[in-house]
Ligand binder design. Sequence first.
Ligand code: ZN
Length: 66
Amino acid sequence: MSEKREFYRVGELVNDEGWYICVPCGYRKLYKRGEEFVECISCLEAHKDVALSDITDEGSWEKIGE
Ligand SMILES: [Zn+2]
């Protein structure tokens, strides 16, 4: 039984195609192999008045499924 948790930062490349969840807000997105992790659009909407650099600092994606 594996309890492995995988986290990826904005700007990293996707090695493993599947569904990922934005850790700060819970937004889900399907990433394909070779794509780049991007800022979560849901977080961007919630932080319209905040500098982008502040968002990417906290942005990370966790794999949740295939
Ligand atoms: Zn988010």
